[in-house]
Write a protein that binds this ligand. Structure first.
Ligand code: NOJ
Length: 569
């Protein structure tokens, strides 16, 4: 096995709650996932990232953990989880678990004890501060949910910090005993044979201990920059690596937001012994306004290209590594944001898939992305939404600030994370074959057409296109390790680039617009690439003639040309 096998892997995110329900309670579960393992094999993915399945009151759908060592009963038992792990391994599919290090649930026994008395042995596992002089919170930080990041605990007379919900108190990583406990939890799962972790909000675990006010009080500021890439973050990660990760044949993908290229290099260069890769939200959030993530920002292809170039050149070339994604459970569906979820759903889903599989980086697929799943048109009223951030935003904006409900609901309809969480569409039977009961979130109404069963049998489907891309990654090291150069850098519609190694060169042309787009290759590239053969394209009409120096892409079309006979080869 190559020591950097995780660079070659394609990772599939299973949001278990919405994957497959086996017992009719409307909630996906481990046995449901177990019944669909053949599907994962057929798709060809290498690793499953399982979103949190631990015991949790579900304020944030599992990202609020009550017991890190127990499985949530509605998902199944530890025995079923172990069977799942074994069955995945039998098919050479790895399993990584979601590790939530920044906070626990407020009903975690540590926090219950910590707030019982200032003398509790767990008091310092969390972050407590006295009130400021005026009796208010210790500083002006707001949580990601829009109100103060501090909640007052009446019985012990101090505030505790929570970058998310008040029911998700932040852990104090400056305390070595807390760190030791967390390492034991990691080993608990690693000793059962898992293959690594996706680590939640990892670059938030070291806070600036001065707890200064932020300059501007943004709606979801969460103490940034004092809570990101903090003063001891690299020390903590190195310790984590020395104490835990390095002792197992595993890899880690750390969720990081607000990182520069230098930060990513520090997190992921192998000699630094911290993380294998990071997941940065920069590209997936291009359409969100920084001051208020619920508001949309116009994005251009140039914005996207710049982010991608930065990752390719300034992180990838000097030896850093990152996951590639535009979709996860925290974003609306990528086709809605970066493609066209109407007329060109198929084309744009495939075009985006080409990009995510042919750039340097490890591709991450959110379940359903491989079908081209889109945002749910039926999520309309606030009561239709499940996720806590939508409700918190509604409370702050409509109830507290008196903003027009229509305006706020329009933002929530467009941006809610629930779009990414609607049930997986297996077939055209009731509830898309997801559940015999009432699904916890409604099934998308397009399921009679957009489902696994229909797409399996259709050679031009998004599903079969993903299968091809995943297979190609195993056959062509150029997709993983090849060099990268951008072409047509000023083109307003087409993102064009080449990947190359000693064996082959690929030209990738992606039309990010709903119009036809014309290209003309620069002289030096045209000389080399003219005549390159068509390898793959989003157009289901099959094969295309070899590459010319000029050509036209259809709306949202993606094309890949391949040249094998390289000069001097
Ligand atoms: C990031 C997770 O992906 C998201 O779903 C969660 O709400 C926050 N971290 C808090 O854990």
């Amino acid at each position: 096995m190559h020591t950097t096998y995780w660079k070659e892997n394609v990772i599939y995110q299973v949001y278990l709650r919405s994957f497959k329900d086996s017992d009719g309670d409307g909630i996906g579960d481990l046995n449901g996932l177990l019944s669909k393992i053949e599907y994962l094999s057929e798709l060809g993915i290498d690793t499953v990232w399982l979103s949190p399945v631990y015991l949790s009151p579900n304020v944030d759908n599992g990202y609020d953990i009550k017991d890190y060592r127990a499985i949530q009963p509605e998902y199944g038992t530890i025995a079923e989880w172990k069977q799942l792990l074994d069955e995945l391994h039998k098919r050479s599919i790895r399993l990584i678990m979601d590790l939530v290090l920044n906070h626990t649930s407020d009903v975690h026994p540590w926090f219950i004890d910590a707030k019982s008395s200032r003398d509790s042995r767990y008091r310092d596992f969390y972050i407590w501060r006295p009130a400021s002089e005026d009796g208010g919170p210790p500083n002006n930080w707001t949580s990601y949910l829009g109100k103060s990041a501090w909640t007052f605990d009446e019985s012990t007379g101090e505030y505790y910090l929570h970058l998310y919900n008040a029911k998700q108190p932040d852990l104090n990583w400056d305390n070595p005993e807390l760190r030791a406990e967390m390492y034991k939890i990691m080993k608990f799962w690693l000793d059962k044979g898992i293959d690594g972790f996706r680590i939640d909000a990892v670059n938030s675990i070291s806070k600036d201990q001065r707890f200064p006010d932020t300059e501007e009080s943004k709606l979801q500021a969460s103490g940034e920059p004092y809570t990101k890439n903090g003063p001891r973050i690299h020390e903590f990660l190195r310790e984590m690596n020395d104490e835990v990760f390095s002792k197992y044949p595993i890899f880690t993908a750390g969720e990081t937001s607000k990182v520069t290229e230098d930060d990513v290099l520090m997190y992921t260069k192998p000699e630094r012994r911290e993380l294998s890769m990071v997941l940065s939200a920069e590209a997936s959030k291009l359409a969100d306004l920084d001051e208020d993530q619920w508001q949309s920002k116009e994005w251009t292809l140039d914005d996207l290209r710049k982010v991608m170039l930065k990752w390719q050149k300034d992180v990838g070339e000097p030896g850093g590594w990152f996951g590639l994604y535009l979709s996860n459970h925290d974003q609306p569906r990528m086709v809605a944001t970066f493609g066209d979820q109407g007329q060109y759903r198929n084309e744009s889903a495939k075009m985006l898939a080409i990009m995510l599989h042919t750039l340097k980086g490890t591709p991450f697929i959110l379940q359903g992305e491989e079908l081209g799943m889109t945002n749910h048109p039926g999520l309309q009223r606030i009561e239709d939404f499940n996720e806590q951030q939508a409700h918190a935003y509604y409370d702050v904006m409509v109830r507290e600030r008196g903003e027009p409900e229509d305006l706020i609901m329009e933002r929530i309809r467009r941006k809610s994370r629930d779009h990414a969480r609607t049930p997986m569409q297996w077939d055209d039977s009731p509830n898309a074959g997801f559940s015999d009961g009432t699904p916890w979130l409604p099934v998308h109404p397009d399921y009679p057409e957009v489902n696994v069963k229909a797409q399996r049998d259709d050679s031009g489907s998004v599903f079969n296109f993903y299968r091809t891309l995943i297979r190609l990654r195993k056959e062509h090291p150029v997709m993983v390790y090849g060099k990268f150069d951008v072409l047509l850098e000023d083109h307003e519609q087409i993102f064009a680039y080449r990947r190359y190694d000693e064996a082959e060169e690929w030209l990738i042309l992606l039309n990010f617009s709903g119009e036809h787009a014309h290209w003309e290759l620069p002289e030096k590239d045209a000389a080399r690439l003219e005549g390159a053969s068509f390898l793959l394209g989003s157009d289901p009409d099959g094969t295309k003639p070899p590459c010319h120096r000029t050509g036209t892409l259809k709306p949202y079309e993606g094309l890949v040309y391949q040249r094998l006979e390289l000069p001097g080869a």
